[in-house]
Design a protein around this ligand. Structure first.
Ligand SMILES: *[C@@H]1O[C@H](CO)[C@@H](O)[C@H](O)[C@H]1NC(C)=O
Ligand SMILES: *[C@@H]1O[C@H](CO)[C@@H](O)[C@H](O)[C@H]1NC(C)=O
Length: 364
């Protein structure tokens, strides 16, 4: 009341009206904000100094151009056939002779990480339905759709161990696929790394409270696994064997982008695709809770602060967590929004959410 009196006394009447409007907007934002945000500390720009930008990714050859729409992830089976899941719900594959086959239709707009499985066929992460096994004949079978009675959502990537166990990430247990950017704005750890044991059909939590859990890969000896935390710009290492078994530590952090999919390379290192989840121009938003509330309340503002995807970067990281090299297309001239990198027979195969082809790059 005192405040109101102050305004009545010192400001002309129309200012009071403006004040009331502002108050209404602030109340609207606080009451209707879908998030309860934390601040997000982004990596220091100095962390990039040792990794100069290059144009190596502009040297890719385009495979399956106009056949694959937004091929997010790539995998290769024991026969050397290359698979990808596309935005229109197809699993398409390229045979060794370079011919493409529209292999099987899964009728989903939410297909992301895929992996070849030892028993034949591939396992697909469907961010709305769970884990799906597509057998060698192209028949899909849901492996896991519910955990503890709830629909499994936002399964993002999966890795298969020699014993058949599946390690997979759940990006956010709070937000759905349509509202995933709210997870970035909230900046709280709602992600998980889970394990599915096919012999008992039991699912257990391996690492809880992850920040936007994304790519998953096992080490060459399966003594540890790596899980990517996208908006945290880092990857964690979880020990499965040895003295450190059960412990989780930082594998690599301060990455020059958000790690998306990760794949084991034949030499035991890892290929990690980096995406720009956060627009560089709007970084300051992540340092203000008020700004986060404001943006989260208005979908048009969310569109504005989302990352720019007109660039591509992948890093090769050794089993010791040291970055070996980085490959870029800095302005997305040839390939942009690269979400996965898979090494096979001396070449890197690149998946992308904004391209209509798979990039193939010789590794010298
Ligand atoms: C596969 O799908 C693409 C478009 O997605 C189409 O252009 C092509 O003709 C199809 N190929 C076959 C063999 O049906
Ligand atoms: C299932 O629920 C039990 C009991 O609340 C809990 O201990 C367990 O971690 C849950 N499992 C998963 C995979 O969420």
């Amino acid at each position: 009341m005192a405040l109101l009196g102050f305004f009545r006394r010192f400001l002309p009447p129309f200012s009071g009206f403006i004040f009331a409007c502002l108050l209404a907007v602030v109340l609207q934002i606080i009451v209707f904000s879908p998030i309860s945000p934390d601040l997000l500390h982004l990596p220091e720009p100095s962390s990039l100094a040792s990794l100069p930008t290059n144009t190596h990714l502009q040297g890719v050859r385009k495979l399956g151009e106009d056949i694959v729409k937004g091929p997010e992830d790539v995998c290769v089976d024991g026969n050397g056939a290359l698979y990808t899941a596309t935005r229109d719900g197809w699993i398409k594959r390229m045979h060794r002779d370079g011919s493409w086959e529209n292999w099987t239709m899964l009728n989903s707009q939410a297909l992301v990480g895929i992996t070849a499985t030892r028993r034949g066929g591939i396992i697909v992460c469907d961010a709305e339905k769970g884990l799906i096994w597509v057998d060698e004949d192209g028949h899909p079978k849901v492996l896991l759709s519910h955990v503890n009675g709830s629909q499994l959502r936002l399964v993002n990537d999966v890795a298969e161990a020699t014993d058949g166990s599946l390690y997979f990430s759940v990006t956010s247990t709070k937000f759905d696929l349509q509202n995933l950017f709210l997870d970035v704005l909230e900046a709280k750890p709602h992600g998980q790394l889970l394990k599915f044991d096919p012999s008992s059909s039991q699912t257990s939590i391996v690492v809880d409270k992850l920040c936007f859990a994304n790519g998953v890969a096992l080490s060459k000896d399966e003594d540890f696994l790596i899980v990517c935390e996208t908006w945290k710009s880092r990857c964690l290492k979880h020990w499965l064997k040895g003295d450190e078994e059960g412990k989780t530590e930082i594998f690599v952090d301060n990455l020059p982008g958000g790690p998306d999919n990760i794949n084991l390379a034949p030499d035991g290192s890892f290929w990690i695709a980096l995406v720009q989840l956060i627009s560089e121009r709007w970084e300051f938003v992540h340092a203000s809770k008020a700004a986060k509330h404001l943006i989260a309340t208005y979908p048009s503002m969310i569109k504005m602060v989302k990352g720019a995807h007109r660039k591509a970067s992948v890093v090769n990281v050794g089993a010791d967590g040291k970055i070996i090299k980085k490959l870029d297309d800095p302005d997305g001239k040839v390939i942009s929004f690269v979400t996965s990198a898979f090494e096979f027979e001396g070449h890197l195969y690149l998946g992308s959410l904004s391209s209509n082809f798979i990039g193939k790059l010789p590794l010298i």
